[in-house]
Design a protein around this ligand. Structure first.
Ligand SMILES: Cc1cc2nc3c(=O)[nH]c(=O)nc-3n(C[C@H](O)[C@H](O)[C@H](O)COP(=O)(O)OP(=O)(O)OC[C@H]3O[C@@H](n4cnc5c(N)ncnc54)[C@H](O)[C@@H]3O)c2cc1C
Length: 407
């Protein structure tokens, strides 16, 4: 079997890369996915947050492009600009948010502002704001449905002539004299000239088969799903404590829509997921557990519930006076790099490209990522946005980026 371009991994990133490549005229594109359907990796576990409130220029620009894309896309990906509220509990944290907002505005982020505790109290009624020194609120940040984004990209790619092979695990990437020649799968060998590695948290092992050390480390992230006795505050945005990383948002059941809808290969033409959002009494909350070691463990651990409720207890009755919906609590994997920024582009091996290491931002940055990879592969460089600071060689060259708002 042969294909000019093989995209390994059918999550939101692989789907976006395939879509953008085929939009630009590439036709012989094959996505290989080891599972029987898409959405079984991190994309199906994501919270669905999208934001332009970052610290580094590149993250802000990737978000600006992607938010515009979600807003204008003919596919309904359920983009809802409910806002992101970061709050601070020390003056140092507030200064940090102020510096970020200044930079975000300089780069063109609209509707982002510094807010005081009284304003925060109005935005999130019922929240304890006694210890809050202020915050930043970005009105165009908000939510999307990660699976609808993935489905939209996949359907677009398939309509443009791409193919997708399920139940096909790539075992290794073959190279000869410094260029890609094939991938070996559990279904046989596929000759190809180009490979894009989009296997999320599982990328490092496959890159190693081509002799590349890709510094992507998996880490479990857990989310508690709970039902409140009281209705949640109206128009609740994403709310984040910049100090601890504790965050919460109203819960929408993307996965129920997805399971009801099946894989995109069987629902071609349907861009909007079936109705299935839960009422405004259900809430998601989480925080980055500092004791969580790197691993590929995706089992939800019940002891996490007590840990996260410690944060909830202090913050609001509508978080604390809740009943855990245990069957909807979940655990997935972040794909962290040493500087918490993605790795985009090629390497010393001709024809081998990476779209990895999103460190928890892969859904929101998927439009910019797909476009960047397609331009790098087809034109030699990304011209819509300079993403050269995200290349793999930054680690060897000691040119790491710096983002503290890693949540
Ligand atoms: C709890 C949680 C909350 C998150 N919240 C957000 C959020 O609010 N906003 C946001 O932008 N991001 C969020 N993220 C991060 C986001 O989910 C990821 O960055 C994104 O889904 C990465 O997409 P991907 O396609 O690279 O990876 P995945 O979705 O993991 O897809 C990789 C695919 O590769 C396949 N695969 C792996 N190995 C092989 C192989 N050898 N052969 C063939 N196929 C293979 C897997 O089966 C999988 O389908 C969150 C993540 C978690 C865990």
């Amino acid at each position: 079997m042969k294909s000019e371009i093989v995209v390994i991994g059918g999550g939101v990133v692989g789907a976006s890369v395939a879509y953008h490549l085929t939009q630009r005229g590439a036709r012989d594109v094959l996505i290989l996915e080891r599972e029987p359907q898409q959405g079984m990796g991190s994309t199906g576990k994501a919270t669905g947050g999208v934001r332009a409130q970052f610290e580094t220029d590149i993250n802000i620009k990737m978000s600006l492009y992607s938010l515009g894309f979600f807003n204008d896309w003919e596919v309904d990906c359920e983009y809802e600009p409910r806002g992101y509220l970061f709050f601070a509990t020390t003056s140092e944290q507030l200064d940090y948010l102020k510096r970020n907002v200044e930079k975000q505005r300089e780069l063109g982020v609209k509707d982002v502002e510094i807010v005081d505790a009284q304003t925060i109290q109005k935005i999130v009624q019922g929240m304890n704001c006694e210890d809050i020194t202020g915050g930043s609120f970005g009105r165009r940040d908000g939510f999307i449905d990660p699976l609808a984004v993935m489905r939209g990209f996949t359907e677009g790619a398939l309509q443009n002539g791409a193919r997708i092979g399920f139940d096909t695990r790539v075992l290794s990437i073959e190279t000869n004299t410094g260029r890609v020649t094939a991938v070996e799968t559990d279904q046989g060998r596929i000759e190809c000239e180009n490979v894009v590695l989009c296997t999320g948290a599982w990328a490092r092992e496959l890159a190693a088969t081509a002799g590349i050390d890709l510094p992507v480390e998996p880490q479990r992230r857990q989310i508690v799903w709970a039902r409140s006795t009281e209705p949640l505050p109206a128009d609740l945005p994403m709310v984040l404590d910049i100090g601890s990383g504790f965050h919460f948002r109203p819960a929408w059941d993307f996965m129920a829509d997805w399971t009801a809808g099946g894989s995109p290969a069987t629902t071609a033409g349907r861009s909007k997921p079936a109705a299935g959002r839960t009422a405004n009494r259900e809430v998601l909350f989480a925080y980055p557990d500092p004791d969580e070691p790197p691993s590929l463990n995706t089992e939800f651990d019940d002891t996490f519930i007590a840990k996260v409720y410690e944060h909830a207890k202090h913050r609001a009755p509508f978080l604390y006076e809740t009943e855990v919906v245990r069957e909807k609590c979940r655990a997935g994997l972040y794909e962290n790099t040493p500087d918490h920024h993605a790795i985009l582009g090629g390497c010393d091996i001709k024809g081998l490209y990476f779209a990895n290491g999103f460190s928890g931002h892969g859904v929101m940055h998927s439009p910019a990522t797909g476009r960047a990879l397609s331009e790098i592969m087809l034109d030699g460089t990304a011209s819509f946005l300079d993403v050269s600071c995200l290349s793999l060689d930054r680690f060897a060259n000691g040119e790491l980026l710096h983002e503290t708002a890693f949540i």
